[in-house]
Design a protein around this ligand. Structure first.
Ligand code: ADP
Ligand code: MG
Length: 356
């Protein structure tokens, strides 16, 4: 869930009146127990307040690295559970900041990661840090340790949105915000092929529309298997989803695997916080032409319409990332040479000035 759309525009509710209650119902810990059998195995850990504070703190990010996953879980750390304060050095030129440590929480997270096979996909109550994958060494959301998760979360606007303004676009702004218990969701890492992902729009418990999720790409197999895909999703909906959720209006995401089996990936509010992909919210809410008989199914039909990846605008230049991660050693060497020559130049200047 988010307010800033992938093309960068921020929308104020216009077409639909999504209620705070609907947002509450779409939290992972609300829908997961209902649909557990049909989705990826996951574990939910409550986020301690000191971890929330750390995630919201804009200070320089230094992850201590003490939590590297060695398949060993720390056991009795309860005497260490107070986190260390961030310590700023007095000397401005050598400012360092030490990341706080959360031994008890770290141990729980490691245990959960190991229980899920050592590789996880992290989320908060609603959102994954999809806008921050560029910052990770592997350019992916796959995490092995709490420091991997912190790096993504601290770099993500979607995560900040979950933490600071989850009810921003609701129509019932006069009612008090419901209490949110923040949770770290760890999902077993699964290699999902983007062409197998679809978003399904449900209004009054009726499946009205299905959109290819990765709509910026053309997938030939969708064109070829249009009928089968649409039918498999409809069956999945009527057998497992319909009437089982707490709302009658919602958006669910599915994955159709190579065997044709459909899995639930996520549940989202029926409203403009959720990207309507190849539909418009106006179409989805007006009750007009779409979904006469069965849902409308839209997918990208040719290479012509292929667009840049939606999260591209969140990125910083690749050169900068390579430099910061040391991924491209040659770039780093060039950069250091440049720095050195600049330094030499300024030293020469100083010498000249001194000589005068
Ligand atoms: N368990 C997982 N392992 C690997 N990738 C995943 C997993 N769950 C989701 N993804 C990928 O991440 C994308 C976003 O996940 P999702 O749970 O829908 O987060 P959000 O609601 O923030 O968009 C999905 O479209 C899918 O491609
Ligand atoms: Mg979602």
């Amino acid at each position: 869930m988010r307010t800033t759309f992938t093309d960068g525009h921020v929308s104020v509710t216009g077409y639909c009146s999504m209620k705070k209650e609907q947002v509450v119902n779409c939290q992972f810990s609300v829908w997961y127990p209902i649909f557990k059998k049909h989705t990826i195995k996951s574990l939910i850990l409550p986020l301690p307040q000191n971890v929330i504070d750390y995630l919201l703190d804009d200070g320089t990010l230094v992850v201590s690295g003490s939590d590297h996953n060695t398949q060993q879980t720390h056991t009795n750390n309860s005497d260490l559970d107070a986190e260390e304060d961030i310590q700023w050095s007095d000397d401005e030129t050598t400012t360092t900041v030490t990341a706080p440590e959360f031994p008890e929480f770290t141990a729980k997270v490691l245990e959960a990661i190991n229980a899920l096979g050592g590789r996880v996909f992290p989320k908060l109550n609603w959102s994954a840090p999809r806008d921050a994958n560029w910052i990770a060494l592997n350019s992916s959301l796959q995490c092995h340790s709490l420091s991997d998760i912190f790096l993504l979360f601290k770099s993500s606007d979607f995560i900040t949105h979950d933490l600071t303004q989850p009810f921003l676009q609701c129509s019932d702004q006069d009612s008090p915000d419901p209490v949110v218990n923040y949770e770290l969701v760890l999902r077993k890492w699964s290699e999902l092929i983007p062409g197998g992902e679809f978003r399904c729009f449900v209004k009054e418990n009726k499946l009205i529309a299905i959109s290819q999720r990765d709509y910026t790409q053309y997938y030939q197999h969708i064109l070829k298997q249009e009928e089968q895909i649409c039918q498999a999703i409809q069956e999945f909906f009527s057998q497992h989803i319909q009437y089982n959720f707490l709302d009658e209006d919602f958006v669910f995401d599915v994955y159709r695997d190579s065997q044709g089996r459909v899995w639930l990936i996520d549940l989202n509010p029926f409203g403009e916080v959720t990207d309507s992909l190849l539909f418009s919210w106006n179409e989805l809410t007006s009750g007009g032409e779409i979904a006469q008989e069965g849902p409308a199914f839209r997918y990208t039909t040719s290479e012509v319409t292929v667009q840049p990846s939606p999260c591209l605008s969140y990125r910083i230049p690749r050169d900068f990332v390579d430099l910061s991660t040391g991924e491209d050693a040659y770039k780093l060497i060039d950069f250091l040479k440049l720095k050195k020559s600049q330094q030499e130049e300024s030293e020469e200047e100083e010498e000249e000035n001194a000589a005068q």
